[in-house]
Write a protein that binds this ligand. Structure first.
Ligand code: NAP
Ligand code: G4F
Length: 322
């Protein structure tokens, strides 16, 4: 039975990846950081099937100790300070976790067991002020936030350890992927949760920032399968995962509210508080390398994703008030 270590198992992607690896027969070890409250909401249904181990990307010895104790065949580094606006208010912390945290984990692997296969959660935010449309593996980076800058560091240190020490280390450059488990502060969940609250009479408006930004949105469950596929190849290479289709935040609102029989224009208010100091205006993937080499394809369309998230939030909010 192979063993996989997931950092960030309590996050959106970590929870889907843990489910997927369990279904593939893995022993799953999930790294969690110390917290005064329980953060297991997304994994409580599989908590008995996974091993929870304490560790933190800020703490080198905890990472070494995890690799020594569990000797994982595969490490998926999903942990990060992942919310872009917070990266302006906490740029140093973002750099410590999202950038240097990658080096700490790679060092632990290099020192303890360099045969461990390593996945780094790179991001389409690295393309930022895009140099070409659509974006592929060779598109130059131009990050627009401290988060994007930190991810470029994490990406390049992964390439560097692969080339310097011959590690099986790969980066998946993933475009936005969402689900009913998405954090409430990200725009898609903010919209579907907000629309559900309006529908049920709990709110009268939804305050958002830039409605014209465009993203390539897919379903998180599809993307974790792609992460695993990257580590099953003969040679370590980097891959872009995305749908190849782009939509604006406004279009997301229109569809989400319409699914509830509402007109978003009556409820969505633009609020300068949610605009960013520097915006990423347009992201759209060219996922042809992943399709050709991995055989990876997304299975959920934009329309299906919006519907899935709206219905999940309508159910959740209804239960909250019942
Ligand atoms: P998420 O829901 O925000 O989860 C982040 C995870 O990282 C949480 O489990 C969090 O733990 C953990 N974490 C944060 N700081 C840590 C630290 N110092 N030590 C240990 N754990 C720490 O993010 P996600 O959407 O699942 O994304 C997973 C990864 O993919 C992230 O690296 C993100 O930057 C990257 N990514 C995401 C997308 C996307 O669209 N979702 C696209 C491209 C790349 P707590 O529960 O304790 O907070
Ligand atoms: O949902 P968002 O916060 O996601 P963003 O910034 O694209 O980052 C996400 O995807 C990245 C992959 O490209 C990941 F690496 C990263 O970890 C994260 O998962 O914002 C999407 C867009 C932005 O253009 C933002 O300006 O929505 C716009 N937006 C408009 N109003 C808003 C809001 N974003 C948020 N969070 N809240 C708003 O009220």
């Amino acid at each position: 039975m192979p063993t996989a270590l997931i950092t960030g198992i309590t996050g959106q992607d970590g929870s889907y990846l843990a489910e997927f690896l369990l279904s593939q027969g893995y022993q799953v070890v999930g790294m969690v950081r110390r917290s005064s409250t329980v953060t297991f909401e997304r994994i409580q249904h599989i908590q008995d099937a996974v091993t929870i181990a304490q560790g933190d990307l800020h703490d080198q010895s905890s990472l070494v100790s995890l690799i020594e104790t569990y000797r994982p065949d595969e490490v998926y580094n999903l942990a990060a300070q992942s919310f872009v606006p917070t990266s302006w208010s906490q740029p140093v912390l973002t750099g410590e976790a999202t950038a240097l945290g990658v080096t700490r984990l790679l060092e632990a692997i290099r020192l303890v067991n360099p045969k461990t296969r390593f996945y780094q959660a790179s991001s389409s935010e690295m393309f930022g002020k895009v140099r070409e449309v659509p974006q592929r593996e060779t598109t130059p980076f131009y990050p627009r936030s401290p988060y994007g800058v930190a991810k470029v560091y994490g990406h390049m240190i992964t390439v560097n350890y692969r080339e310097s020490y011959d590690l099986f280390a790969v980066s998946g450059i993933l475009f936005n992927h969402e689900s009913p488990r998405r954090g409430l502060e990200f725009v898609t969940r903010k919209i579907t949760y907000g629309a559900a609250r309006i529908k049920l009479g709990l709110a009268t408006e939804l305050r958002l920032g830039n409605l014209e930004a465009r993203r390539d949105w897919g379903f998180a469950g599809d993307y974790v399968r792609g992460m695993w596929m990257m580590l099953q190849q003969d040679a370590p290479e980097d891959y872009v995962l995305g749908t190849g289709v782009t939509h604006s935040v406004r279009e997301f609102c229109e569809l989400a509210f319409a699914h509830l029989g509402l007109d978003y224009r009556q409820y969505v208010v633009q609020d300068p508080r949610f605009f960013r100091p520097a915006e990423v205006d347009l992201l759209v993937a060219d996922p042809s390398k992943a399709r050709q080499k991995l055989g990876w394809q997304p299975t959920i369309s934009f329309e299906e994703l919006v519907k899935m998230m709206v219905e999940a939030d309508l159910k959740r909010v209804s239960q909250e008030i019942a």
